[in-house]
Design a protein around this ligand. Structure first.
Ligand code: NAD
Length: 292
């Protein structure tokens, strides 16, 4: 090596080292995210991931007490200007429109929607009342429709594209005995996302779905009747449920809210700029065989 070449290499290595030490820009800096069911287990984990990556976040939920608690917690951790809470029932058309308008007017736009507000319910098919059927269809299928339609209108008008993430379920593809209304509603969410991906593509609006398998920790769904029903139908105790789902999975791993949040981060960020109309199964490998 000539003296000049050695100098050039050393100079280049020093510049590289400086670059490595520079703080990296956060992946969601300047982005505005709206998360329904944001006071729940999966919604809160997604909010945490987005706030950590520099986004500002609106949490929409029907449960005022949980919403207040979540907003106060996030405000303390990430700064109160970076998080807002808005009380809204996703089945109420007027309330959904108002929730978007009120919360986003202040932030000035919308880049990311996470449609996540939901419930679980089980009943043998012949005992499924119209009320149970309607509740599932209205909160899950209709709720996801109303929320994504409003987000779509805003994103299209902004002309800046956007990313929508639907939290559906493994049960939207796999049949589950005794939960036909829930499964049918989750299937509707998945197909709605794919249709919306088609219509949104010319405007840079991407729409993808995450299908979680059972996420017990942190989820309010798993604290009540659902937990008891699942334990009974699998002939195990409620305490053994987590182990049951872990053992049932291909990878023998439990799925946590943070695992869903990681996929939701990928789908919201430019990392997934070339993905739309897709489904990510976060299920420790369960979807590979629906007979398991
Ligand atoms: P969670 O109960 O902890 O959170 C759901 C949140 O949605 C709650 O805060 C609840 O108040 C809110 N919500 C319910 N109905 C609403 C309505 N009409 N309007 C506005 N908000 C409403 O449950 P989670 O486990 O975090 O579930 C989030 C999503 O993930 C749901 O769509 C659920 O179906 C789906 N999912 C969950 C699991 C799981 O095992 N936990 C598995 C697959 C799919």
């Amino acid at each position: 090596l000539s003296e000049q070449e050695a100098f050039d290499i050393e100079y280049w290595l020093l510049e590289e080292a400086k670059l490595q030490r520079m703080p990296k820009p956060k992946a969601l800096a300047g982005r505005i995210a709206f998360i329904t069911g944001g006071a729940g287990g999966i919604g809160s984990a997604i909010a945490t991931r987005y706030l950590t990556e520099g986004a500002v976040v609106v949490l929409a939920d029907i449960d005022q007490a949980s919403l207040d608690e979540a907003v106060a917690g996030f405000g303390k951790r990430f700064g109160k200007d970076n998080v807002r809470g808005v009380l809204a029932n996703v089945t109420d058309e007027g309330a959904v429109e108002k929730a978007f308008h009120d919360s986003l007017v202040e932030y000035g736009g919308l880049d990311i929607l996470v449609s996540n507000a939901g419930i679980s319910s089980a009943s043998p098919f012949e005992d499924t009342t119209l009320a149970v059927w309607d509740r599932n269809i209205s909160i899950l299928a209709t709720g996801y429709f109303l929320v994504s339609r409003e987000a779509y209108r805003i994103m299209k008008k902004q002309k800046l594209g956007g990313s929508m993430v639907f939290i559906a379920s493994k049960n939207g593809l796999a049949a589950s005995a005794g939960a036909s209304a829930y499964c049918a509603a989750k299937a509707a969410e998945i197909h709605l996302a794919r249709c919306l991906a088609l219509e949104g593509a010319p405007f840079g609006i991407r729409v993808n779905t995450i299908n979680p398998d059972a996420v017990l920790r942190g989820s309010k769904i798993w604290q009540g009747e659902w937990r008891q029903q699942r334990a009974e139908s699998n002939k195990i105790t409620e305490d053994d449920l987590e182990e049951f789902y872990r053992n049932r999975s291909l990878l023998k791993r439990s799925v946590f809210p943070e695992d869903i949040a990681e996929a939701a981060f990928f789908l919201a960020a430019d990392l997934s700029a070339k993905s739309t109309g897709n489904i990510i199964n976060v299920d420790a490998g369960n979807a590979i065989s629906f007979t398991r």
